[in-house]
Design a protein around this ligand. Structure first.
Ligand SMILES: C[S@@+](CC[C@H](N)C(=O)[O-])C[C@H]1O[C@@H](n2cnc3c(N)ncnc32)[C@H](O)[C@@H]1O
Length: 211
C-alpha cells in the first residue's frame, strides 16, 4: 500500500509543475501554520525533532527557528530542495522504513503520512520509532481518520486525475495500534477549525502519544 502511495509522490516529484504546495493535494489545504503552532506547544528551543515524511518542508521551514534541531526524512530530493538550508536542519533522503540513526529525539512528527500506510505497515512504524523517542518524548501524528470505521481509497481520483491510495483508519483503531506498539497515554486533539474538515466520514485529528 505504501509503495502505491510512494509511486504517486514519485510522479509528483518529477512533475514540471512541482511547487512547495504540490504535496498539499486539495486546493487551499495548506494548514502548516496551524500544524506548526500546535507542534510548538509540545516543543521548545531545546527540542530535538525527527520529522518523518517531510515533503517540501512546509512544517520544517516554519518550525526550525523555535527548536534546537530537526532531522527531516523524505525520499524525494525534488521535494526536499525546498527545505531551508540552515545548520539546525539535516535532510535525509530516505524511506522511513530504511532510515536509521543512533540518537533519540524529544519529538517525532508524522504529519500527513500515516494514511499512506496500511495497518501492518503502521504497526511496524510505531514499533520502530518508539525506540527513537527519548524518555519523556512524544510522537505526534496528524492526518484524517475514519470517524466510524476505516475509510480506504484505492483507485482513480477525479479531483487529482491520478490513481490515489489512502487509508483513513478508524480513530479508535489507531489509538489501539499505538497502545499495542507500546505507547502509554494518547491524547486525541481536534486540531483544525470545523470548516477544514470536508468529509462526513473522516476528520483531521492530531494524536499525541507518550512513550
Ligand atoms: C502529504 S505529504 C506531507 C508532507 C509534510 N509532512 C507536511 O505535512 O506538509 C506526504 C509525504 O510523505 C512522504 N512519504 C510517504 N511514504 C513515505 C515513506 N515510507 N518514507 C518517507 N516518506 C514517505 C511522501 O513522499 C510525501 O512527501
Amino acid at each position: 500500500m505504501n509503495d502505491n502511495a510512494l509511486n504517486f509522490f514519485e510522479k509528483m516529484a518529477h512533475s514540471e509543475k512541482l511547487s512547495p504546495n504540490s504535496v498539499k493535494l486539495a486546493k487551499n489545504s495548506d494548514f502548516s501554520d496551524i500544524d506548526t503552532a500546535f507542534i510548538r506547544k509540545y516543543t521548545d528551543n531545546n527540542s530535538s525533532v525527527l520529522d518523518l515524511g517531510s515533503g517540501t518542508g512546509l512544517i520544517v521551514n516554519k518550525l526550525f527557528p523555535y527548536v534546537k534541531s530537526i532531522i527531516a526524512v523524505e525520499p524525494f530530493i525534488q521535494f526536499t530542495q525546498y527545505i531551508a538550508k540552515n545548520n539546525k536542519i539535516t535532510v535525509i533522503n530516505s524511506n522511513i522504513a530504511e532510515f536509521s540513526v543512533d540518537i533519540k529525539f524529544d519529538t517525532i512528527l508524522l504529519f500527513a503520512l500515516m494514511h499512506y500506510v496500511n495497518e501492518r505497515e503502521a504497526m511496524s512504524i510505531y514499533k520502530k520509532y518508539i525506540n527513537y523517542l527519548s524518555k519523556n518524548g512524544k510522537m505526534i501524528i496528524k492526518n484524517q481518520f475514519g470517524l466510524h470505521k476505516d475509510v480506504t481509497i484505492d483507485g482513480f481520483s477525479e479531483e487529482l486525475q491520478e490513481n490515489y491510495f489512502a487509508q483513513y483508519r478508524f480513530i479508535d483503531k489507531e489509538v489501539r495500534l499505538l497502545h499495542d506498539a507500546g505507547f502509554g497515554n494518547v491524547e486525541i486533539v481536534d486540531i483544525y477549525p470545523k470548516e477544514c474538515n470536508r468529509w462526513d466520514n473522516t476528520h483531521f485529528y492530531a494524536l499525541v502519544a507518550e512513550k
